[in-house]
Design a protein around this ligand. Structure first.
Ligand code: PMM
Length: 263
């Protein structure tokens, strides 16, 4: 899953693709590099990011979704707003990627159920402003799995069907570096909930712990570590990995697939 953030302020590629034509061209490039899905986002979830109205968010992502879906691409949209989700599915998106797992907009699950889209339910706590203070767990794997299960139950009660659901442990969302690594090391527990698993580690701060100190502050210097996470996540059974730099990850997940196929 290749990322196209149509925002002026995302943490790792802020502003780079904040123009419809540039965003579409970038998405085409990621598809050429081997992406199977393009995840289009119109609102940054970075703590302190300027809030965006659903209208503004839709205006940013809709032309990109229409163009890519019109070319036959599988398009996902990163949104916590039901109104945006409905609009983008009508425009051809097949996946709604909700980093709040339904907590930000109580009408999201109903909207996804009506639209019939794939629904990525990500784990988070609080809001982008409060999530860092909520990164407190006795047993991060058990608690994240338990909270994801609650989100799944809520989505199913609103009419979302099992075949629509994908789960994401939400690396970096109300988690510190140790929490992220522990969740990665126990992806089988998340997969054990019975749904496909999406992993979003790309360029995140926790990866700075494994790159040379001189490069630690630079998000782009985390791409090789991201590729390694992609390979290991694929080996651990992830359904997809959400990344900024597609070429290396596309090869990494195909290496993992070939490896598995020959066992
Ligand atoms: N991370 C970000 C945004 N959206 N969606 C899912 N499903 N999983 C993630 O881990 C995730 C996400 C934040 O990263 P970005 O600002 O680079 O897009």
């Amino acid at each position: 899953m290749g990322i196209v953030n149509v925002t002026p302020d995302s943490f790792s590629d802020g502003g780079q693709w904040y123009d419809t034509d540039v965003a579409i061209a970038h998405a085409r490039h990621l598809l050429t590099q081997g992406a199977d899905i393009i995840d289009v986002g119109g609102e940054s979830t970075r703590p302190g990011a300027a809030p965006v109205t659903p209208g503004e968010e839709a205006a940013r992502v809709l032309p990109v979704v229409e163009a890519l879906a019109g070319e036959g691409a599988v398009v996902s949209v990163d949104t916590v707003n039901a109104a945006t989700a409905e609009a983008v599915v009508a425009a051809g998106a097949q996946i709604v990627n909700d980093v709040s797992g339904g907590l930000a907009d109580a009408t999201m699950a109903e909207a996804v159920a009506r639209a019939g889209a794939v629904y990525v339910i990500q784990h988070w706590r609080g809001t982008p402003e409060t999530m860092n203070s909520l990164a407190v767990y006795d047993d991060v794997v058990a608690e994240v799995c338990g909270e994801l299960r609650e989100r799944v139950d809520q989505a199913r009660a609103a009419g979302v069907q099992d075949h629509q659901i994908v789960l994401d442990p939400g690396l970096g969302f109300a988690k510190n570096a140790d929490h992220n690594w522990t969740l990665l090391a126990h992806l089988d527990a998340v997969a054990g909930l019975g749904y496909p698993v999406l992993v979003g580690a790309s360029r995140k701060r926790f990866l700075s712990g494994v790159v040379p100190p001189a490069l630690a502050a630079e998000p782009l210097a985390r791409d090789h570590a991201t590729t390694a996470v992609s390979a290991l996540a694929a080996q651990a059974g992830a359904w997809a990995v959400r990344v900024h730099e597609v070429a290396a990850t596309a090869d990494a997940v195909r290496v993992a697939a070939a490896w598995r196929a020959h066992r």
